[in-house]
Design a protein. Structure first.
Length: 147
């Protein structure tokens, strides 16, 4: 019969292989937990099977919970087409007047997030031809302020 150490080691390696195939980071913690139980059964070969399962469950759930509490997604490469703050402060020319009750348009000499013309909203009335600065991105519109 196979020793528990080899079974837990095989389970751990299989889970890590599945993790590498999927890239979710969830299965990783279960694979590492299984390998930790394999090491524990190598050190203490007489560990009861029930205790092995309890160790595996405790390690897997606690490591997954700790990872979820501390993980903060900061990479921006997966947010294609979403505003990321670089456009705030850019100056353009208002091509259609806008105000608190009316949306207008603003044009830029260089494209901003893939387009030269954008819907503009403002808390103040801004006439055509006036230079305006982007102060925020609100959905598909840019909040602007006269320069």
């Amino acid at each position: 019969m196979l020793e528990a150490m080899w079974i837990w080691g095989a389970i751990g390696l299989i889970l890590l292989a599945v993790e590498m195939a999927t890239g979710t980071f969830y299965i990783l913690w279960f694979g590492i937990s299984a390998l930790c139980v394999a090491i524990a059964t190598w050190i203490l070969p007489t560990t009861p099977l029930a205790l092995q399962f309890v160790m595996f469950a405790a390690l897997a759930i606690s490591s997954l919970a700790i990872w979820k509490l501390n993980y903060k997604k900061t990479e921006t490469h997966s947010r294609v087409g979403q505003a990321q703050g670089e456009e705030i402060g850019r100056v353009g020319t208002v091509s259609k007047s806008c105000g608190p009750t009316k949306n207008g348009e603003i044009q830029f000499t260089q494209g901003l997030m893939g387009a030269r013309e954008w819907i503009a909203v403002s808390n103040e009335t801004i006439a055509e031809g006036v230079q305006a600065r982007v102060v925020a991105v609100e959905g598909n519109a840019l909040r602007i302020q006269a320069v």
